[in-house]
Design a protein around this ligand. Structure first.
Ligand code: ISL
Ligand code: CA
Length: 554
């Protein structure tokens, strides 16, 4: 077997397709309305049926759920609502038996304020754990003007000692002090605990935030609206990640993917260059930010901006770096509602077109649960329908402050809410979409009678994902091939090539209901269409029909 293809060193995680499970919303096995690990175990064959290689499991640890598990109380315990450690072990064993690897979510920029470390830390100024977190005296107010990503000050005054602690997210998510070597040793130990159980790696939550500039200066004006660009990439972040590699990861065959929140495209290679021994890959935010304005609120998006993300990535990452591709996750709206057309006429076609983009692009693709069914955004009409801490805090900051009307708030959330992705998986057309026999913790999308996993046969979106994954697996050019955008400015047609010396693919995607013609150059006759979401046209150079996706082998 070649060890290098098109200049890239072969790695299993470069060739893998990942499926993200948000356990709370996946499948409830015991009728309490909350998805759980036994539910995941029961649905492993469904995941395997897509042909994916890896499952990324969102946090399954003990947590008071201020942020649905992204606030961890005990890193070595399973969330009681999700089951027991035995349930976790059963998921891991069965996943491995099916040939699926499992990576888990490492949330170590912060803990829950209910973690024992924090309870002890806040109890006095002199206790042994005081320095596990970031405490500063106030001066007639917070130590500086940093704001939380979820709104409000990033500092909370703690009555017990009269000091402030730092939380770049919610007050219930205090930031760990990575300057303290004992904190780092604790993190590496908990990583080894899970690696020794057999997990295959980690997705690392807001990992660029772990090193803080110890000056704690006020925010520069140009970053006030998006402070993540100040919080990320601190002075010691690369030192810490290299230490994490040598102290925890090195002896194991893992895959790591960091959430590069606040990292610019120029900074990415420093995190993922394989010669540095830090992360294997990161999630960049380009493809989920084309519809966010400078203030983070929704703006209409353009296809040319989405295309530019991938051309930039191809230029900025050399053969020592490896990209990821994703269009959704538990923090984002549904793909088909955001970039496709979720109305009855085009939902299936446009969901397939987006899937073709995801699975023929260079980089390890991440599928988010439910996208393989073409699940859509939820029609929110009232603040009471939101569970998400970000939405609830935004309501306080935007509406209760009088800056925006309720209608503006709902407009923005209907485009961007994180809860769109968190409504329960739609398994059947029966009660509660077959997700639970009890009362679901978050409302099921009312369209579950039409959109559900009862239909995964020929012609379904699920079957199309499986076909694309199979095609990707069969052709190295779809993994390692060069990427070239043939029409960067065209507003509707996305046309690109994926090529190695041995293979040449042309992908044509029509992002809209109107016909589009691709002018095949003379020296470039249409080859065979190897996969398409319409019956094959009589002639490969015929115009593309509404939301048509065609993959040609030249
Ligand atoms: O979701 C967001 C706002 O819509 C992002 O700004 C998000 O906060 C950012 O990507 C960091 O996300 C990660 O850490 C958060 C957690 O709430 C997210 O679910 C997680 O993906 C804090 O742990
Ligand atoms: Ca349950």
């Amino acid at each position: 077997m070649d060890t290098v293809i098109n200049g890239y060193r072969r790695r299993w995680w470069k060739e893998a397709v990942v499926y993200q499970v948000y356990p709370r919303a996946f499948y409830d096995s015991n009728g309490d309305g909350i998805g759980d690990l036994e539910g995941l175990r029961l649905k492993l064959p469904y995941i395997k049926g897509l042909g994916v290689d890896v499952i990324w499991l969102s946090p399954h640890f003990d947590s008071p759920n201020a942020d649905n598990g992204y606030d961890i109380r005990d890193y070595r315990k399973v969330m009681a609502e999700f089951g027991t450690m035995d349930d976790f072990d059963a998921v891991l064993t069965e996943a491995h038996a099916l040939g699926l690897r499992l990576i888990i979510d490492l949330v170590v920029n912060h803990t829950s304020d209910e973690h024992a470390w924090f309870t002890e830390s806040r109890s006095s100024q002199t206790n042994e754990k005081r320095d596990y977190y970031i405490w500063r005296p106030g001066n007639d107010g917070p130590p500086n003007d940093w704001t939380s990503i979820f709104g409000g000050s990033a500092w909370t005054l703690d009555a017990a000692t009269g000091d402030y602690y730092l939380h770049l997210f919610d007050p219930k998510q205090p930031d760990l002090n990575w300057e303290n070597p004992k904190v780092r040793a604790q993190v590496y130990a908990l990583m080894r605990f899970w690696l020794d159980k057999g997990v295959d790696g980690f997705r690392m939550d807001v990992i660029p935030f772990i090193s803080k500039d110890q000056e704690f200066s006020d925010l520069p004006a140009e970053h006030a609206a998006r402070p993540q660009f100040v919080y990320a990439n601190g002075p010691r972040v690369h030192e810490f990640l290299q230490e994490m590699r040598s102290e925890a990861l090195a002896p194991y065959d893992t895959m790591t993917v960091g959430e590069a929140f606040g990292i610019t495209p120029q900074q990415v290679p420093n995190f993922v260059d394989e010669r540095h021994g830090e992360l294997d890959m990161v999630f960049q935010f380009g493809a989920v930010e084309v519809d966010r304005g400078a203030d983070g609120r929704w703006v209409p998006w353009k296809l040319a901006d989405l295309k530019a993300v991938f051309s930039r990535q191809e230029k900025q990452l050399d053969r020592h770096c490896w990209p990821t591709v994703f269009f959704s996750n538990h923090d984002n709206p549904r793909i088909v509602s955001r970039y496709g057309d979720d109305g009855p006429e085009w939902r299936v076609k446009s969901a397939k077109t987006m899937a073709a983009l995801l699975l023929t692009m260079k980089g390890t693709p991440f599928i988010y649960q439910g996208d393989e069914l073409g699940m859509t955004n939820f029609p929110f009409s009232d603040i009471s329908q939101f569970n998400d801490i970000w939405a609830r805090n935004a309501y306080r900051d935007e509406v209760e402050s009088g800056r925006y009307s309720v209608a503006d708030f709902l407009m923005n959330q209907n485009h961007l809410s994180r809860d769109h992705a968190r409504t329960p998986m739609q398994w059947t057309s029966g009660t509660n979409a077959g997700f639970t026999t009890g009362t679901p913790w978050l409302s099921v999308n009312p369209n579950y009678r039409e959109i559900n996993a009862e239909d995964v046969g020929d012609g379904s979106i699920y079957a199309w994902y499986a076909d694309l994954i199979h095609l990707r697996r069969s052709h190295p050019a779809l993994v390692y091939g060069d990427y070239l955008d043939l029409m960067p400015d065209h507003p509707r047609l996305f046309a690109y090539r994926r090529t190695t010396e041995a293979e040449d693919f042309l992908i044509l995607l029509n992002f809209g209901p109107d016909e589009q013609t691709f002018q095949f150059p003379m020296n470039f006759p249409p080859g065979d269409i190897v996969l398409g979401n319409y019956p094959a046209p009589a002639n490969g150079s015929e115009p593309l029909r509404g939301w048509e996706a065609r993959i040609y082998r030249l």
